[in-house]
Design a protein around this ligand. Structure first.
Ligand code: MD3
Ligand code: FE
Length: 201
């Protein structure tokens, strides 16, 4: 494993997953989505998010008219499936902690989907990193500072790239502005899958 690239405090491991590893991860995520189908979360204002999501692990991230939160069950009432071993392997490789992730959030971006600038601050221990895995089409990732109005910088994330968010970057504002459709052949229908691993409690 080569040393990460520092991008505004985010540790980037470009191409950490080769094609075979990416394919195995997609297959594992398909099994997750069979047990816990992807859904479009709604904001508490009743607006549908453009990204579809599901989760694996003890907790999943959900959002609806009651607001957003971690839940032990999928909206259908079933428990979230276990985090795939392929995904846990990446966490072990890059997270630098012996704790295991409690939530594996899986985001699917169609060509038109985006994710507005936000912070991930629903977890209780910010000394625990977040690990993110990109699969499929290239995505324009934006990262700023600890205030929404801080200057931001952007970089493209490619299929197989892994990011580790720790230190100050763990609470930085970030988002996905857009995809570059047709840049990857990994997902037959195109689009992008992003996996984020978090310790919640
Ligand atoms: C920077 N996901 O799920 S991944 C999210 O590509 C999320 O789907 C985006 O933001 C995506 O919350 C960005 C990279 C990422 C993930 C978590 C972070 C960057 C982060 C947490 C803190 C700072
Ligand atoms: Fe986030």
């Amino acid at each position: 494993m080569s040393a990460p690239v520092d991008f505004r405090g985010v540790a980037l491991f470009p191409g950490l997953l080769d094609r075979a590893a990416q394919e195995a991860m997609v297959a594992a995520l398909r099994r997750v989505a069979e047990a816990a189908p992807m859904f479009h979360p709604e904001t508490r204002f009743g607006k549908r998010m453009s990204v579809r999501m599901t989760s694996a692990g003890t907790f999943g991230w959900v959002s609806d008219r009651r607001g957003y939160r971690y839940e032990r069950r999928h909206p259908s009432g079933v428990e979230w499936p276990p985090i795939p071993s392929e995904v846990l392997g990446v966490w072990r490789q890059v997270s630098g902690t012996d704790r295991l992730p409690e939530c594996c959030l899986v985001n699917y971006y169609s060509e038109a989907a985006r994710m507005g600038l936000h912070q991930d601050i629903d977890e209780s221990d910010f000394s625990m990193p977040v690990v993110s895995i990109s699969l499929g089409d290239d995505a324009l990732f934006r990262v700023g500072g600890l205030s929404r109005s801080d200057p931001t910088a952007s970089t493209w994330l490619h299929s197989g790239d892994v990011c580790v968010l720790s230190g100050a970057a763990r609470r930085a504002f970030h988002g996905i502005d857009r995809l570059k459709p047709g840049t990857s052949t990994l997902l037959p229908q195109g689009g992008r899958l992003n996996v984020t691993l978090r310790v919640v409690t």
